[in-house]
Ligand binder design. Structure first.
Ligand SMILES: [Zn+2]
Length: 407
């Protein structure tokens, strides 16, 4: 077989996210895979014929994973700040109105989605979990990030559940399907969707405990979200299944048997200590969206609580309908701002390792280790970075000004 050329990438900083802290180092690659990671002199003697590429003033970093986005909502970007901060139902109403006015499909929708996908790639994102209920994602084929697309189902009434389960039965075999949220999707429909995902080994990402209004609806069966749903004809009083403890969205999903290591609970803002324990016991995954949570004014996720329970959340940008800008670097910065005590190394691991693990692509991405993909990032650094701590601080606070280069 033809010999694959070996290249050694050398940099003043190597951030493997695989245990050891940042240090000077090198990564040897061949045939699209990482062969070895370590000190340059070691790699040099191990692969004497290899070409050496120097990345001066750069840190070599694993590529980012955006664990939650809706590409098909990109054309619904709001020009200014959220006009209704703090009111989740007002935001949902505004989103539905904008989608009614601007359309849900068509050339402009695809063009905006493609622009978002390109921007994600330029910012260093290797893969994203994309949720949608149109066929926009299918029109985005081509180079760029790996798009794990999920067709989203919702419907809260018995009839809507029945209709959607019939539609689901007709979905092409390997299409990934998921539920929108506990407050918008009938228990029978969530259960049917999860059963289907489980049979296929698919990830099951859904919105969980995003707003106080959701918590009120799930725990009491009433409140502004119920009024909103009823006004729109989405309510038939079949919401609360008997024999289920509804005192929180996580507990509700736990009781329905939805939570396992392939369930990705997105947002998890309104989660209490006992519910964090349930997530951990069920080995469920968590994805935080600090930018979206801030834009909507729904609160801050209890990150410390998740870490105490051994859950390292993934991070996602959510869509331009609920976030000013879709940058994983910015999400890290916002998380750091919201939780200044968080270890920057943990924040970087959320945007890389935890996202890759949650999406089931940890064998290829998430860290710089032998056997993984040779698609990783060289992040140009400003002057003055002399310690591992300063480097990690820069990576999690640099925000969208960080312009990584793909290796
Ligand atoms: Zn979302």
């Amino acid at each position: 077989p033809p010999v694959k050329p070996i290249i050694i990438h050398r940099a003043p900083w190597l951030v493997t996210v695989a245990g050891a802290g940042p240090a000077a180092g090198a990564v040897a690659v061949a045939g699209g895979r990482i062969l070895a990671v370590g000190e340059f002199t070691e790699l040099r003697s191990g692969y004497p014929g290899a070409e050496v590429r120097d990345h001066h003033n750069c840190a070599l970093v694993p590529p980012l994973v955006n664990a939650h986005i809706h590409l098909e909502l990109s054309h619904l970007a709001q020009p200014g700040p959220n006009p209704v901060p703090g009111s989740f139902t007002a935001w949902v109403a505004g989103l539905l109105a904008r989608r009614e006015q601007l359309g849900a499909t068509g050339e402009n929708v695809v063009a905006a989605a493609r622009q978002t996908l390109d921007q994600q790639h330029r910012s260093g994102v290797i893969a994203l979990a994309d949720i949608g209920n149109t066929n926009t994602a299918a029109k985005l084929a081509g180079a760029g990030p790996l798009v794990l697309h999920f067709r989203e189902f919702l419907g809260l009434t018995r009839n809507a559940a029945r209709e959607n389960l019939a539609l689901l039965a007709g979905e092409p075999e390997m299409n990934r399907c998921t539920a929108h949220a506990p407050y918008s999707t009938h228990a029978d429909l969530i259960t049917g969707l999860k059963k289907r995902a489980r049979q296929r080994g698919h990830l099951f990402p859904l919105h969980v405990a995003e707003s106080a209004a959701e918590n009120e609806l799930v725990s009491s069966g009433s409140g502004e979200l119920k009024d909103f749903l009823r006004q729109r004809g989405f309510w038939d009083d079949s919401f609360q299944p008997t024999g289920i403890d509804n005192s929180g969205s996580v507990r509700y999903l736990h009781q329905l048997g939805i939570l396992d290591e392939r369930t990705l609970c997105v947002h998890c803002v309104h989660v209490g200590r006992e519910e964090a324990g349930l997530l951990a016991a069920d080995k469920a995954r968590v994805c935080l969206c600090p930018g979206s949570n801030r834009f909507l004014g729904v609160g801050r996720a209890p990150v410390g609580l998740f870490l105490q329970h051994g859950i390292l959340p993934a991070l996602g940008t959510d869509s331009l309908a609920s976030n000013r800008e879709l940058s994983m670097w910015r999400e890290m910065r916002l998380l750091h701002e919201d939780h200044p005590d968080l270890d920057p190394a943990a924040i970087l691991a959320m945007a890389t390792l935890s996202g890759a693990t949650a999406l089931g692509i940890g064998q290829d991405y998430g860290t710089l280790e032998p056997g993984k993909s040779a698609d990783f990032l060289a992040v140009p650094l400003p002057g003055g970075i002399r310690t591992p701590g300063q480097l990690l601080d820069y990576l999690v606070t640099g925000g969208p000004a960080i312009k990584p280069v793909w290796i």
